[in-house]
Design a protein around this ligand. Sequence first.
Ligand SMILES: Nc1ncnc2c1ncn2[C@@H]1O[C@H](COP(=O)(O)OP(=O)(O)O)[C@@H](O)[C@H]1O
Ligand SMILES: [Mg+2]
Length: 300
Amino acid sequence: MTDISNSAEGDLDQTPPASAESDVVAFTRTEPAKPPRVLAIANQKGGVGKTTTAINLGTALAAIGERVLVIDLDPQGNASTGLGIDRRNRRCSTYDVLIGNSPLRDSVVATAVPRLSIAPSTMDLSGLELEIGQARDRAFRLRSAISAVNTGKSIGTSDFTYVLVDCPPSLNLITVNAMAAAHAILVPLQCEFFALEGLSQLIKTVEQVKATLNPELTIHGIVLTMYDARNNLSSQVVADVRAFMGSKVYDTIIPRNVRVSEAPSYGKPVLVYDLKCVGSEAYLRLATEIIQREKELRAS
Ligand SMILES: Nc1ncnc2c1ncn2[C@@H]1O[C@H](COP(=O)(O)OP(=O)(O)O)[C@@H](O)[C@H]1O
Ligand SMILES: [Mg+2]
């Protein structure tokens, strides 16, 4: 597993840039904007449910009253498509934000779900490493962008309370940016034979980022996805992952559910496509559990 590229490894010894933004804010606002909680949804494996979780956890959190921003950091742009954002409406994307051409606010578009917005991505993002790979602050681009997102708002818009970052299936500079910006990592694991494969590499990367770029980083939790009750293997995987990761594993398990996989082709979260299906119910339970865990994390 040499997924983490040399340049991303090189990012692990930078110090955060001083933020000029906060000084400006102190002058223009009487009350400092509260920063959002930032959760990065990461696993270097593809097809484990990262994007599905970003879309549907985002929707569920918004449904229970949070103001949520999903940041699409995968050049594939599946979170953007799955939330109904047409390619024509991605004139300002996360690529523009990370190369430093636009503030994050300018890329934010509203979705059909109240209180849920998205910063969409385009294929340009796949060239990011070539463009900013030599910059001193290359690992902190997302962190700086997010730190300014709740300030300089247009009239009538509210602060975000949660930011969910949908990571690409790789431990590259983009994912390092997400980990450097996040308070915590949420790891989807698919209930299949090789579920645990790669998890130690991911945990090692989290530890490296914690030691060098972001001392507050923790693993928020592990969410088991695509659970199939008819398959003995699924329950074996659940038992193995719980034995290995203990209380880090959320109680909520996301079942394999055809409604969940159909919804993106309609540009809708499953909670909008079919609120009553087992997939929607599971993502609502996950949102409740995450808010509960957040309270515990803050209290400790
Ligand atoms: N709970 C689920 N039930 C059925 N299909 C799912 C479920 N979660 C994800 N999928 C499908 O699995 C595929 C991979 O999911 P995705 O969220 O795109 O993974 P990743 O972002 O990790 O690559 C997609 O086609 C998605 O629709
Ligand atoms: Mg994805």
